[in-house]
Write a protein that binds this ligand. Structure first.
Ligand code: NG6
Ligand code: CA
Length: 505
């Protein structure tokens, strides 16, 4: 069992020490992780594309450190989030693939997360937004009409207001502190990823009911708000979210959490639904990007960032709040709905200059936007340091001057100096997982041989799987066009050995 934080007794000596520790100099920083969904490196104007305008994110970049070589651990959500929160590579387990909406909780209560670290050290903690890490004891066993346990409170989050999985997976309801919000007990919720519920119309049989968005591939099961989803669901009508209000709802809950805790240190994990499919931004963003719902959802994300910043400003917290803004994986244009993302993309390059995208072993799969903002300590900078989500745990432990609990976050390194822009090198290498596994030193990248498909027709993505070993010299070939594995067998060996060593750790 992990250890719980025991409150200290308020003896006079303790109170004196506490008062001393609370001088402005010693006030521990608040920490906010803003984790976007599927926003690519090129989807933020601060990263150089001139086709999109994200002024609020850009403001963070202009007053913080913007990274050019930052990586998620995986090119899809569940393994990426698992790794970020635990400091343990998701690929060490075989049950961390894209989770269904009825998956059992993947991070078990015994495991220690970043949230545990903060909570055990006196922080108020919250998870708001997309979860996608499973809930409840085992897959399919949740009682969606009662207290869903285990849940976020068992892995360090005092407060949670979450979507169980993704916008395109049932159940399409918010879960607050492990109970479905606004549930009418006379209309209980049932969820299945195996069998449909007799009498419930499905997208695949009733396209005439899909009045908001139709699928382009998959997503042909339960119909919620005129959009068909993945998985089957029945009941809970009053609790269903409105897709166009998701950003408003979760941003509001994040802001409320900041307001409730403005006078004590807090850790907020704010995981947006934007810009995952189905992309249904609020009407006030509709048509604003000229790129259809995908671009509009980016503007909505930028708006959410502005709301968080305004809440901090209102309470005088901007200066001493460390914000990390990043994305769970790279971008995808058509991810399964006919939302005109392909038709209206124009010259926009969500992946920037990188090859591939979400689901890919190539750079765009995991090279993600990454900005660190902490006015008290950080000045404007751009850093090419090699950094990874895997190091958030140990680096944030260092930030609050606490040890990483023994035996936890074993893959996480303290890279705080790199995150603060003081060290311009960062890691020696990062490991990324998509269909295959790869390792990059910043200069060289090796992708292990793999039998997976080279290309996904559905998402129009080069997946980067190849039966042959691949080696790219990123310093000369950032677009990973020339596989030079045969010319540099020693380099291949060197990088292969890093992977073998890591796998056997
Ligand atoms: C895929 C879905 C895709 C998205 C993805 C998970 C289909 C055809 N595609 O299986 O739409 O939901 O899973 O995305 O169902 S992630 O960002 O949460 O990992
Ligand atoms: Ca994602």
């Amino acid at each position: 069992m992990k250890k719980r934080f025991k409150p200290l007794h308020a003896t006079p000596a303790f109170l004196l020490a506490f008062a001393a520790a609370c001088t402005p100099e010693a006030t521990p920083p608040n920490v906010i992780v803003i984790l976007a969904d599927d926003i690519g490196y090129g989807d933020l104007s601060c990263n150089g594309e001139t086709t999109i305008h994200t002024p609020n994110v850009d403001k963070l970049a202009e007053n913080g450190v913007r990274f050019t070589d930052a990586h998620a651990v995986a090119s899809t959500s569940t393994p990426s989030r698992y790794s970020l929160l635990t400091g343990h590579y998701a690929w060490r387990r075989n049950d961390t693939g894209i989770a269904t909406g009825d998956a059992g909780m993947i991070i078990r209560p015994e495991q220690t997360t970043i949230a545990d670290l903060f909570r055990d050290n006196g922080y108020a903690t919250a998870a708001v937004g997309k979860w996608h890490l499973g809930l409840g004891e085992t897959t399919g066993s949740q009682d969606w009409n009662g207290f869903i346990t285990p849940g976020p409170s068992d892995i360090g989050f005092d407060y949670s207001y979450i979507m169980a999985a993704t916008g395109d997976r049932v159940p399409c309801v918010y879960v607050e502190d492990q109970r479905v919000v606004n549930l009418d007990t006379n209309d209980p919720i049932a969820v299945s990823y195996k069998d449909s519920f007799p009498g419930e119309p499905l997208g695949r049989n009733h396209p005439e009911l899909l009045y908001i968005q139709k699928p382009s591939h998959g997503h042909d099961m339960a119909i919620v708000n005129g959009i068909s989803r993945i998985g089957y669901m029945k009941g809970g009508k009053q609790a269903l979210w409105m897709d166009e209000n998701i950003a408003d709802s979760i941003t509001h809950k994040a802001v409320q959490f900041i307001e409730r805790n403005h006078d004590k240190p807090f850790f907020l994990y704010f995981a947006t639904n934007d810009i995952h499919v189905p992309r249904v931004p609020h009407p006030r963003f509709a048509g604003k990007s000229g790129m259809g719902p995908r671009g509009d959802a980016i503007l909505e994300f930028d708006w959410s960032v502005a709301q968080i910043m305004a809440a901090l400003e209102k309470h005088g917290l901007t200066e001493n709040t460390l914000i990390i803004l990043t994305s769970d994986n790279g971008p995808v244009v058509d991810d399964g709905y006919q939302d005109q993302a392909v038709e209206l993309l124009g010259d926009h390059r969500p992946w920037g200059e990188f090859r591939g995208g979400k689901y890919s072993n190539f750079e765009a799969g995991t090279r993600v936007p990454f900005i660190v903002h902490w006015p008290k300590k950080i000045k404007w900078d751009v850093s090419d340091a090699l950094v990874s989500h895997i190091d958030m745990f140990a680096s944030l432990a260092k930030l609050i001057d606490k040890p990483v609990p023994e035996g936890t976050a074993v893959d996480s390194q303290d890279q705080l100096a790199a995150l603060l822009g003081e060290d311009k090198k960062g890691r020696d290498y990062v490991i990324e997982k998509a269909g295959s596994i790869s390792v990059t030193t910043g200069e060289w990248k090796y992708i292990a041989p793999n039998n997976g498909a080279a290309y996904s027709r559905w998402t129009n993505t080069e997946l980067g799987n190849d039966k042959q070993p691949q080696l790219y010299n990123l310093s000369e070939d950032i677009g990973e066009k020339n596989n030079v594995a045969e010319e540099y067998p020693e380099k291949v060996n060197e990088l292969m050995n890093i992977l073998e060593r890591e796998k056997n750790k």
